[in-house]
Design a binder for this molecule. Structure first.
Ligand code: ADP
Ligand code: MN
Ligand code: MN
Ligand code: MN
Ligand code: MN
Length: 387
């Protein structure tokens, strides 16, 4: 009959890739799953989810293995390997790629005794850090400047999308939300806010996992939110940011929602998405620290373009975001100011009076790698391998 012929015909042509219209995840019956989740964990096995950054430099991958005891530190978690060729990190004929555990936390999805294990990736053959492994660079600088006690506070902005690619809660068919953006920032009410459940669930997961999770707020654009990691000592800042990014994707998967860190997801008429990096050292936080902050700002100015090249997953899209509009400074021009949200670097209002404090680098894109940004901040302000 007609339908069968049609099906047969479809096999002959290469099917077109179409955007998903729905996600199946949140439609699946959780009561059925619950029956299996209630089976006793009779042999006291630990399920460990190994997590890593893939070859895109922004997406994450994970796979599970069963352990016989809880690894209470990264050193206690066994190293592992994966197929790098399926993650854009290796060729098929040289695919075995190494995972080195760097931090372990409680798994908020399965709960104790199960764990999440964040890993660094090393090439199988050479043993060198993978192209998207910037933790190695950041960690070296943290070690080098241990005595300076670098602290980081990271503000991750993000946009919730339907799996069809359009903004969560945005009018279907290409329309824009009627509400003015100034009402959505820290807003409340159905007309102003979309997706609070995801932000809330994510917050609870981060707290359960023991991350340096600091807070959340709704952002200027409808369906856009922020969470903060900090104020963290050294590597705990960028490490916990990556772990919290995994938790966000995992929570949103349960809701059938796509999370994007794209710096300008809705085009030039709409606000952008960044990850402000707040940074200080012991000297900046001590009396007279303001002078050192000004010195660091001069060094940052001299290295502006070097930073800009590494402040987003894609230079071109961060350039779109840093248009000089929507509380940004232009991409090519360094500036700084007190309480100025149109500057590259902003200082707190009372910093001169206090004579000490920290700086906010507003340039990084939402999809930046905090390992690269934190590493560069230390390298430029405190000195690199040779300085
Ligand atoms: P805003 O949105 O106004 O920039 P947030 O509250 O979102 O402010 O972020 C402020 C950030 O500054 C927090 O992440 C916090 O951890 C960080 N911070 C505060 N004090 C310091 C400090 N001394 N060193 C580094 N970061 C700091
Ligand atoms: Mn296999
Ligand atoms: Mn903020
Ligand atoms: Mn913000
Ligand atoms: Mn900020």
């Amino acid at each position: 009959n007609c339908v069968r012929l049609q099906r047969f015909a479809n096999i002959m042509v290469i099917p077109k890739r179409t955007m998903l219209k729905h996600s199946i995840n949140h439609i699946m019956d959780k009561k059925v799953l619950d029956r299996y989740l209630r089976l006793p964990n009779a042999c006291n096995k630990v399920m460990a989810t190994y997590i890593w950054i893939d070859g895109s430099g922004i997406n994450m991958r994970n796979k599970d293995r069963i352990l016989t005891c809880v690894p209470y530190s990264a050193e206690a978690a066994p190293s592992w390997a994966f197929d790098g060729s399926s993650c854009g990190m290796a060729s098929t004929d040289n695919s075995d790629t190494q995972l080195k555990p760097i931090s372990v936390c409680k798994d908020p999805f399965r709960m104790e005794p199960h764990v999440l294990v964040l890993c660094e990736v090393y090439e199988g053959g050479s043993g060198k850090p993978a192209a998207t492994n910037h933790r190695n660079f950041c960690n070296k600088l943290c070690e080098m400047h241990r005595a300076d006690e670098p602290w980081f506070g990271l503000e991750q902005e993000y946009t919730m999308l339907d799996v069809d690619g359009w903004g969560l809660g945005w009018p279907k068919g290409g329309g824009f939300p009627a509400v003015k953006y100034q009402y959505s920032y820290c807003g409340v009410g159905a007309k102003y806010i979309a997706g609070r459940d995801i932000s809330e669930a994510h917050a609870r997961c981060c707290l359960y996992a023991g991350l340096d999770f600091e807070g959340t707020n709704a952002e200027v654009m409808f369906g856009c939110w922020e969470w903060q990691i900090g104020t963290s000592v050294g590597m705990k800042g960028p490490d916990d940011m990556w772990m919290s990014r995994f938790l966000m994707s995992r929570v949103a998967e349960d809701y059938g929602v796509d999370i994007t860190y794209h710096p300008k997801p809705m085009g030039m008429l709409h606000p952008g998405v960044g990850m402000h990096h707040n940074f200080s050292t012991k000297r900046m936080r001590s009396d007279g620290g303001y002078q050192f902050i000004e010195e660091c700002i001069k060094r940052l100015e001299a290295n502006h373009m070097k930073h800009m090249k590494n402040y987003g997953n894609d230079e071109a899209t961060n350039r779109m975001r840093l248009s000089g509009k929507f509380e940004t400074a232009p991409f090519d021009k360094f500036s700084w100011g007190i309480a100025n949200r149109k500057a590259s670097i902003r200082l707190q209002r009372n910093i001169k009076k206090k004579g000490k404090g920290f700086m906010e680098d507003r340039r990084p894109a939402g999809d930046c790698d905090p390992y690269l940004v934190c590493g560069l901040l230390m390298e430029t302000c405190l000195g690199g391998a040779s300085g």
